[in-house]
Ligand binder design. Structure first.
Ligand SMILES: NC(=O)c1ccc[n+]([C@@H]2O[C@H](COP(=O)([O-])OP(=O)(O)OC[C@H]3O[C@@H](n4cnc5c(N)ncnc54)[C@H](OP(=O)(O)O)[C@@H]3O)[C@@H](O)[C@H]2O)c1
Length: 312
């Protein structure tokens, strides 16, 4: 099969198309013919030796954790899927999944049936960003009807999904993003967008119930606009000890998170899609063999939404 393999750490040019053996499923696993693979910041962080590279070890490896495709083989004991089913999921994270390839194999419960309402590319874009948003909004903060929630980095892959999930739970969502994204974010359910280049968000919000920081830049400043008992989730690189101590001193909660494979979360996302409460915004679609160009675009883009590799 074709796979994007890197034999060294480095810039996008290390992503090369290679021929390798497809993985075979053992009992409890399915083999999936990949039709679309989402691109996430952790892919290019891992490519250069950050991200999950300490988990997956030195090259050679294949990055990518977002998959949409069809089941081509079913291991013993699997009852939820048959050959031919269209599925999507975030297999193996944070271990190597090798999603930038024609086939992946993983435990069947790392996948869910693809929602009919989504295209293959949209479904490929959803799992990692969607599960992160779900595990932050639903499992970690437990956003409630009427909560005031501030989301930093709201127009990006995780942010635009977190806005919709929080709004679907009845929250009043305030977003930070470029002003150009204000109409897009209003359409997703944000009540207000503050331009992070011009506005000091502290001048506009106070006594918030929760803050989701997708930039990693606003920990201490976010605590200052939260009510006692409120929760701050710092998504990119966790909450540093000083931030945890400051939060505790102010009787607030700060935490990091690392997204996990999660069939319950995938089912929750599917339910929101079926009820018309959640959609996926695509920024750009590339062919698998253009993985290096996709990474260049991902690292430079100021567009909204997700980047996907199409696997012909
Ligand atoms: N811990 C986990 O399990 C986990 C899971 C998923 C993602 N992450 C991390 O979370 C971060 C976000 O992921 P993503 O997929 O959403 O990335 P993304 O699609 O690149 O989105 C990031 C967004 O943040 C915006 N932004 C940049 N600087 C900002 C600032 N100072 N204030 C407000 N917004 C700002 C960007 O806008 P412009 O550049 O257009 O201005 C962009 O819309 C990444 O660091 C990623 O690695 C962690």
């Amino acid at each position: 099969m074709k796979a994007i393999v890197q034999h060294e750490l480095g810039g996008p040019e290390v992503l090369r198309t290679c021929e390798i053996e497809p993985p075979e499923p053992i009992p409890t696993e399915v083999q999936v013919r990949v039709r679309g693979a989402g691109v996430n910041p952790v892919d290019f962080k891992t490519r250069i030796g950050r991200g999950m590279s300490s988990v997956i070890g030195p090259p050679p490896f294949t990055v990518g954790w977002d998959v949409c495709g069809e089941v081509t083989a079913v291991g013993g004991g699997v009852t939820r899927f048959q050959v031919g089913d269209e599925v999507f999921g975030m297999p193996w994270f944070p271990r190597e999944a090798g999603a930038y390839a024609e086939f992946v194999t993983a435990p069947s419960r790392h996948f869910e049936h693809k929602p009919h309402a989504l295209s293959i590319e949209e479904a490929a874009a959803l799992p990692l960003a969607g599960l992160t948003a779900w595990q932050v909004v639903v499992d970690t903060i437990r956003v409630q009807d009427g909560d005031d929630v501030l989301i930093h980095g709201a127009a990006g892959g995780v942010g635009h999904l977190a806005v919709q999930i929080a709004a679907a739970r009845g929250a009043n969502v305030i977003a930070t993003a470029r002003a150009e994204q204000a109409d897009f974010l209003a359409g997703l359910g944000a009540s207000r967008t503050l331009d992070y280049r011009d506005d000091d968000f502290e001048a506009h919000v106070a006594e918030l119930d929760s803050v989701i920081d997708l930039t990693g830049e606003y920990g201490e400043r976010s605590l200052a606009v939260m009510r006692p008992g409120a929760t701050l989730v710092s998504v990119p690189s966790g909450a540093k000890p000083e931030l945890l101590a400051l939060a505790k001193a102010q009787h607030k909660r700060a935490t990091g998170i690392l997204v996990e494979p999660d069939p319950v979360g995938l089912a929750g996302l599917c339910d929101l899609i079926e009820r018309g409460k959640l959609g996926v915004e695509l920024d750009e679609v590339f062919d698998l063999e253009q993985a290096a160009d996709a990474h260049r675009h991902a690292e430079d883009s100021h567009g909204a939404g997700k980047i996907v590799l199409r696997v012909p």
